[in-house]
Design a protein around this ligand. Sequence first.
Ligand SMILES: Nc1ncnc2c1ncn2[C@@H]1O[C@H](COP(=O)(O)OP(=O)(O)OP(=O)(O)O)[C@@H](O)[C@H]1O
Length: 294
Amino acid sequence: MNPTNSNKKAINSPNPPSGVSDRLQVIANGGSVPAEIHPAIHDEDSVLDIRDFRLWYGEAQALFDINFSIPRGKVTAMIGPSGCGKSTLLRSVNRLNDLIDSVRISGDMILNGRSIYEPSVDVIELRKRMGMVFQKSNPFPMSIYENVIYPLRIDGERNHGVLDEVCERSLRGAALWEEVKDRLHESALGLSGGQQQRLCIARAISAEPDVLLMDEPCSALDPLATNKIEELIDQLKGDYTILIVTHNMQQAARSSDYTAFMYLGHVVEYGPTETLFQKPLLQETQDYVTGRFG
Ligand SMILES: Nc1ncnc2c1ncn2[C@@H]1O[C@H](COP(=O)(O)OP(=O)(O)OP(=O)(O)O)[C@@H](O)[C@H]1O
């Protein structure tokens, strides 16, 4: 497939594109190429459709014409060199970027058939339908129990039976119950780093989100704690749709069902993880996943 002729800068660049291998150069020159989307994705039931999504920080465009869908009950990883827009795209799903004054967007995202960016959308309600886990665990300075049920508390739930049940279910779901069941009312800040991250996952799933967003959830953890989170991701999929940003190629290969390779704000190739890592459609993807650049 040839790059599109949509951008004059690319067409008139001193080294005009001659084919697939020049894609990243075209993008670097400010041009646009259509993403390679593997047909397998079309067989999936999609929970989130990203449509012609673009984002600017002030004058600087960080995301370009993003079009892809996130399959329900699967783990989708976003990979790509630093600064390619992975976190920006992830944060756009729950409209966290709204909190930055200079951000402007166009296009839309459709969650379970409903627009995320329509003016009438209640952003607080929208965020309740998303769980978010950050790079650095962020337990609140309160008990383990209160951390887990926090989303229900702010929703006004007072029934102790319901709160207890959600607390146990979420902690079991986050593979933390056995380790903390005898100290639920102790401070969450006394847990280890890996436990704190699993606690944040428990809090994120307590409100049964439509999508669980994870931004480098293991980057601050040691290999053992990382392993536990990866096992947990494996257990959670099916019940939850997970969208994860990772720098760690092995982690993407191990933990995800689908992978999107991004470069300078563009999705370059998106498909089943195994294919993307072993037999991608594009040489550029092959070069990235085998560590030739990035
Ligand atoms: N708050 C912000 N204001 C202005 N520019 C920003 C802001 N956040 C990110 N950017 C820019 O947007 C682009 C994409 O950044 P983003 O953090 O989304 O990339 P990333 O792929 O997640 O990077 P990394 O892997 O290093 O975390 C970068 O050029 C970055 O400098």
